[in-house]
Every structure is written in C-alpha cells, then in structure tokens.
Design a protein around this ligand. Structure first.
Ligand SMILES: [Zn+2]
Length: 322
C-alpha cells in the first residue's frame, strides 16, 4: 500500500486532544484577534520551542498555547480546522477530548466550550460526513473536588442537551497522580451512563493501567504502552479485549522511546493486544493520524495488511452507536 492509499483507508481517531490541534499559525492569529500579548512573535519561534523530552515539558507549552482560545467561536474554528485536515486522511469518525478545567480560568464554562465543539461536530457531519463524539477529560494534576465540580457542570448542561458528551477521560501529568485519586468521580460518571476512558501507562507505571480498570471502570486505555512491563496485566488486557489507543509519534517526541524504530507497538501487536493508531496532540508533535500510520509502516515495518486491520479495529473500538 502506498502512503497515499494508507491515508484513504477509513479510520477512527480515538485519542485526540482538540487543544493539541492548535497550529502555530492559528495560535498567533487568535492572539492577535483576541488582543493578547504572545510570548512568541513568529510561527518559526513557536515551532522551535517544540522540543520536548517529557510529558511535562510538553504540557507546559500546551497549557500556555491554549490561552489564546477565549471565545466559544475560537473552539468551533479550532475543531473545524482539525476535521478538515483529518477528512483528507481517511478519518470517518473522531472521539474528541477536551480539557474543560483548563479553560475555566478564562471564564469559559463547561457548556460554552462543549456546545461550541458540538456545533463544529455537527458541521463536520454535514460538510465531510465525519461522525464524532465529545469526551471531556479531568485534569489529574488537580484534585478530585475540582473534577466533581466539572462533572456537576457537565450534567447540568446535559439536562438541556442530552447527547452533548459521550463520556469522560483522565489526562495531564500522570506521575504521582494515580487513577485511584479519581475513583469517586468516575463512579458518578458511570452512574450517569457515560463512557469512561483514561490515560494510563504512558509515563506512569503499569499498575496505573490496572487501577484505571479496577478503580475507574475504564473501557479503553489511552496509551497503555507500559503494560509490557507486567506480563500478567498483558494477559488480562488481551483476555478482556481492552483497547489501547496508541500514539506512536507522541511517545517518541515525549521521550517514551528513543526512536520510532524502538516504539513498543510491534511488541504490543505480537502480544495480541487490541490497538488503534492516533495522534494525541498533532500540532505540537508534527504528525496527524495519517502520518502516524505512515510512520508505523515506514519506520516500524508494520505491514500494510496489518495496518488495514488496525484501521478497521479503530472503528470497532469507538463508542459510535450501531
Ligand atoms: Zn493524550
């Protein structure tokens, strides 16, 4: 399969933070339009700053970058730009993560951000036929009380807009913030009939993956690459058919592996794990989902037929109804 064919294979993206799709051009444009002073004065300067060696070094710039998003219209524009790009890469379904707690300090409440993103999702369906769902994430470096307040806001918004979101996730600084910290709030998420996903086993230990399953009831694990350090956990993930949303370029750029050739994806596949390929934060990492598929073929030697199976798997692992 040529890379252009690989781009056309229908696929779902299941691990995409919409704030991580903020391209430097749009960042500067929004800063100007919103009358904000920006630390960087050119696209080149921004791209030059994107040298990450760890999850935290990325998160620092990620939270700074999103400060240019100040009105609901900014979120709509951001999401539409993402959909336009991935439509050209064969994405027919996307499950969009966003970080409501990170926008609250700029006076953006849950409903205003979620409704603006929903509007973009509906527009993407009409313009490109892409289906999508919204999955807000709790920031794990904050306390559980803050997550409870975010869930209160979400449930309030859903009383008026029942299909506004499909579930909740857990993201941000992993080390030192185990899933067990959020057991009670995810109980409420499940009680509300919402799906649960969680970042685990990216920088944190394999045990965080086990905690995400046992304490949060996670149906999918985001990243999960460190499961390989625990054979018993691998056996469980295979047996229970828990999907892992793998983001190869993200792991490489944030220091999870030295080179793409060293990425654990081939070993995850050999172990019989259920995986999808995703981009995480493409504007910061320099690769959208299509490029991630391309690297799996060119740098990891994963066969085209297997990549087709993975693309099909991504649709099966989605929460898309029917
Ligand atoms: Zn992520």
């Amino acid at each position: 399969m040529s890379s252009s064919l690989l781009m056309k294979v229908p696929k779902a993206e299941l691990h995409i933070h919409i704030e991580g799709t903020l391209e430097p051009e749009m960042m500067l444009d929004l800063a100007r339009r919103n009358g904000l002073r920006h630390r960087f004065d050119s696209v080149e300067a921004i791209r030059k700053a994107y040298q990450f060696g760890s999850l935290q070094s990325f998160l620092d710039l990620y939270y700074e970058g999103m400060k240019v998003l100040v009105s609901p219209g900014d979120f709509r524009e951001l999401a539409l730009a993402y959909f336009a790009r991935v439509h050209a890469q064969g994405v027919v379904h996307a499950e969009i993560f966003f970080d409501p707690q990170a926008h609250a300090p700029r006076g953006l409440d849950f409903a205003s951000v979620a409704l603006a993103l929903k509007e973009a999702c509906e527009e993407a369906k009409v313009r490109w036929g892409i289906t999508s769902l919204l999955i807000p994430s709790f920031l794990r470096h904050l306390d559980e009380d803050s997550a409870h307040r975010t869930l209160d806001e979400a449930l309030e918004a859903m009383a008026l807009h029942p299909n506004l979101i499909a579930g909740f996730g857990l993201d941000s600084s992993e080390l030192g913030n185990p899933p067990s910290k959020f057991a009670r709030v995810f109980q409420r998420v499940r009680d509300a009939g919402l799906h649960v996903v969680a970042h685990a086993g990216e920088e944190g230990p394999a045990d965080y993956i086990r905690q995400a399953l046992d304490f949060l009831g996670a149906e999918r694990i985001d990243h999960g690459v460190r499961c390989l350090e625990d054979p018993e956990l691998v056996r469980r993930l295979v047996k229970e058919q828990i999907p892992l949303t793998i983001c190869p370029v993200s792991n490489w750029k944030l220091g999870g592996c030295k080179t793409l050739e060293d990425h654990p994806l081939p070993r995850l596949l050999d172990a019989g794990l259920r995986v999808s390929i995703n981009s995480d934060d493409p504007a910061y990492l320099g690769a959208y989902v299509g490029e991630n598929y391309g690297f799996c073929q060119s740098r990891m030697g994963i066969s085209e037929s297997l990549l087709q199976v993975i693309a099909k798997q991504s649709l099966a692992d989605s929460f898309r109804p029917g």
